[in-house]
Design a protein around this ligand. Structure first.
Ligand code: KIV
Length: 279
């Protein structure tokens, strides 16, 4: 049995840190699951790292369902949380519930949506029908980038107060955890100590209950944006580029394929064939 939402809630109580990584495809999701990552987040960052969009705004429900299905085929142990994409939950509560249901049918165990107090009623309605929700405050890529670009959040007393209030309202609305993106580490600590649900930070410092990174950032595969907070554990892009250049050279010089890569007929069958075609 894979991890449940309750397991994640318990980790905060037991003071165990929660590891979260984004996943969008079968192959990488299998590796993340095998590595024991607690939550596979099918983030709408897929729009950028998988589909090449400038930001997350263009991602559709159909695309999120396909990514979720691929991750679900790979997972054995982790919890799967999938993002509700831009405009799939903001227009009406009915939309929000219908689209949450689609992600659950595609294999998610919970959904994530962006927004603070303004989303409390929507979250409450989704939770009430039995679908667990992860909140997302601080920098909200679906909308913050439209007005401010990528900026650290909660740097003044007033914006920090707003974030703390938002976190409390999300907890009251029934979220099982909250993603906190690019928030000053002082405010992050206050929020983590104020609410009882796990706070999963990205670019928000160490005083969270868990951390999330985009898998392509962690592996050094996506070079278009290099956020300061995204620790690179390897430079996979360099290795991939070198391997592809080696492959091209091998093809051009007939070094590849070698004997171990091809298939042969039995000698007597080959003889018969030669006789038949007279060569
Ligand atoms: O889509 C995503 O990758 C996310 C993380 C940044 C939390 O929402």
């Amino acid at each position: 049995m894979h991890k449940t939402v309750q397991d994640i809630i318990n980790m905060k109580k037991e003071k165990k840190k929660i590891s979260v990584i984004t996943s969008y495809d079968y192959t990488l999701a299998s590796l993340c699951d095998k590595a024991g990552i607690d939550i596979l987040l099918v983030g709408d960052s897929a729009g950028m790292v998988m589909l090449g969009y400038e930001n997350t705004i263009s991602v559709t429900m159909d695309q999120m369902c396909i990514f979720t299905e691929s991750v679900n085929r790979a997972r054995k142990n982790s919890l799967i949380v999938s993002d509700l994409p831009f405009m799939s939950y903001q227009v009406s509560i009915e939309d929000a519930i219908n689209n949450s249901g689609k992600l659950i049918k595609a294999g998610a165990d919970a959904v994530k949506l962006e927004g603070g107090a303004v989303m409390a009623e929507t979250i409450n309605e989704i939770v009430n029908i039995g679908i667990p929700v992860m909140g997302h405050i601080g920098l909200q890529p679906q909308t913050t980038v439209l007005s401010q670009g990528y900026k650290v959040q909660g740097k003044t007393k007033d914006t920090a107060m707003r974030l703390i209030e938002d976190a409390k309202e999300l907890e009251d609305a029934g979220v099982f955890s909250i993603a906190l993106e690019m928030v000053s580490h002082e405010v992050t600590q206050i929020i983590s100590e104020t609410v009882n649900v796990p706070i999963i930070g990205i670019g928000s410092g160490v005083k969270c209950d868990g951390q999330v990174l985009v898998v392509q950032d962690l592996l050094g595969m996506y070079n278009k944006i290099k956020p300061k907070f995204a620790k690179r554990y390897m430079n996979l892009a360099e290795d991939i580029e070198k391997s592809l250049a080696d492959y091209k050279k091998d093809v051009e010089s007939s070094v590849f394929p070698a004997k171990e890569h091809w298939f042969s007929m039995k000698e007597e069958e080959l003889e018969k064939l030669r006789e038949e075609i007279g060569s």
